[in-house]
Write a protein that binds this ligand. Sequence first.
Ligand code: 3HC
Length: 691
Amino acid sequence: MTVINTVASLVVEDGIGILSINYPPVNALSQSVREGLVQGMRAANADPAVKAVVLICEGRTFLAGADITEFGKPPRAPSLFEAQDEIEGAAKPVIAAIHGTALGGGLEVALCCHYRVAVPSAKCGLPEVHLGLLPGAGGTQRLPRIVGAERALEMVTGGTHVGAAECLAMGLVDELVPADGLRAGAIAFARKVLAEGRPLRKVRDADDKLAAARGKPEIFAEFRKANARKFRGFLAPEYNIRCIEAAVNLPFEAGQREERRLFTELVTGAQSIAQRYGFFAERMAQKIPDVPADTPTVAVAKVGIIGAGTMGGGIAMNFANAGIPVTLVETNQAALDRGLAVVRRNYENSAKRGRFTMAEAERRIALLTGSLDMNSLADCDLVIEAVFEEMAVKKDIFAKLDRIVKPGAVLASNTSALNLNEIATAVLRPEAVVGMHFFSPANVMRLLEVVRGDKTSKTAIATAMQIGKKIGKVAALSGVCPGFIGNRMLAARGAQTQAMLLEGVMPWDIDKVLYDFGMPMGPFAMSDLAGLDLGWSRETSKSSTIRELLCERDRRGQKTGAGFYDYDEARNAKPSEVTRQIITDFVAQQGRQPRAISETEILERCTLAMINEGAKILDEGIAIRASDIDVVWVNGYGWPVYRGGPMHHADHIGLAEVVAKLKAYGPLMGPDFTISPLLERMAAEGKKFTA
Ligand code: 3HC
């Protein structure tokens, strides 16, 4: 064996040089890996005993992409291009042996190899778009030469990881090898290439797939149109599209120059900086200083869920998707049947849309068992209570669970705002009680707010965080306070939007500003969707708020065809003259003069109030770090990921500026509004939240 450098080695076995990379955890293409590839290829090329080269990685994955931590720093030689040139220009066939994930720069290296083999579980993709980037090492030029322009457009703008079988079908991979025989399979393939005298195939030279798209600008126009909603606000998808257009219309070198130019623009821009920050923020959120990675966890083999409503059913689907059996408990058969029927319909719809087969849908449905008896939860490792938000009901349920569920199990509440410490007083094992706050629709939204009570054990926290990752959620830890991290900040924003209504601004004017900022919908459209009558009753309604007035007129949201907005049959929203009149009259009744409020003021009062509340949350230790707050808002509330999150946004504005603006708004922010001392202190010291 020849040691090439600290991460690369070369072994020659009967004419085949095996260039192996070992750079845990994910073999990211940092300087040492690039160096290993360059020197390793040079050594293999120079050695007459080597007739073909297999490029393989140790550990859990093939090269998972460029080293993201190097972006924004001065470049260190050799570049990725040098490594790619050594491979593509080799005088001997080079075969990439792929396991785990060949992503981004990793796939771009594999695309410079003359052939690619993979184990069936391997995945390939160009996920740069998720970092606000485009594949900057020839990926946008080589990929469409194999899979065609249309498929390449989907892959680069979707950033999806494509399974090995599909890669084989598309020609991205040349052969699948047995799961436990990557090395041997790749060597055998290399021998076949030699024996058959196959050419040194260079992807850059292929043209037939591109020729098929040449002279058809409509392919791109239609793709842009079909995805306009999805790409709204983002720069990277458009830049990725331009690169595929360049691949189709320009010679390889010119296309690659265009790719480089656009990559450079993106990598230095605010959006990619925010999205790269988001990548590390999500991973950082998993780390809890006093709950180390080796904290014992409960192995979750069976889950119980109490409440088969929208929330309970959605939560159950997450576990069934991960292959974990769930028992759903309801109080009566009708509610149980309804809940299970909704889950069934969701699965069947997904299967009809082609997300998985009907057999797979049935397999997942079979993992769900309904029950009317809480005793059936006795052997669950994790029970999640998901009933309506009433303390007495929740405490009653936890007291019963305490008597039923086996010792050592984790008892979780999906409460979105109630005091978890009080819930925990209902049991004799408060250490087992943790909050697991899912976001609606629970089978879709990525966020899981894990709530730590005063007595919650480290094991319960570690279990909740770990199972969250297993079911595909992004978990973030919150301490106990009304609304936890997310809803508490939502309330701070809500105070401003309500105040602005009373200053005479119309709901659609506020919604538009927040939508244009990048939120998926404004707060009033969101209220209409959720229903204005949550917690409202005709008997107690006193026409004392705009919401009460709307509900009294049976404008209870989308479900009644009217709320803040009017809705047509297709649920398209339109500003409502009735609402306008209700607000105008109400403002007059309060003896207030409506005033015009600028879009800037609307945006600033909403976002700065959130930032201020975030600072208080941080100061009180409810959130461990500012980036956790951003993880909550991006993944649970649709804060535009290209703006990082409220706290990252605060740093972008500058904390001194945030404080100055809040002071300037003064009494408009409301009688209860106070500026966070932490925010003021950090602003005075010139600090950042997310440095
Ligand atoms: N660069 C630097 N660090 C990386 C990294 C990368 N590309 N990918 C992962 N890491 C780090 C993570 O930050 C994490 O660090 P930590 O342990 O200190 O928190 C560690 O590796 C493990 O990562 P995960 O927790 O995400 O591990 P998983 O096993 O869950 O997932 C993965 C593995 C699917 C490879 C996932 O890490 C991933 O998606 N990585 C990013 C892949 C990517 O985006 N590649 C493209 C990069 S941009 C590029 O290539 C530009 C090129 O076109 C020029």
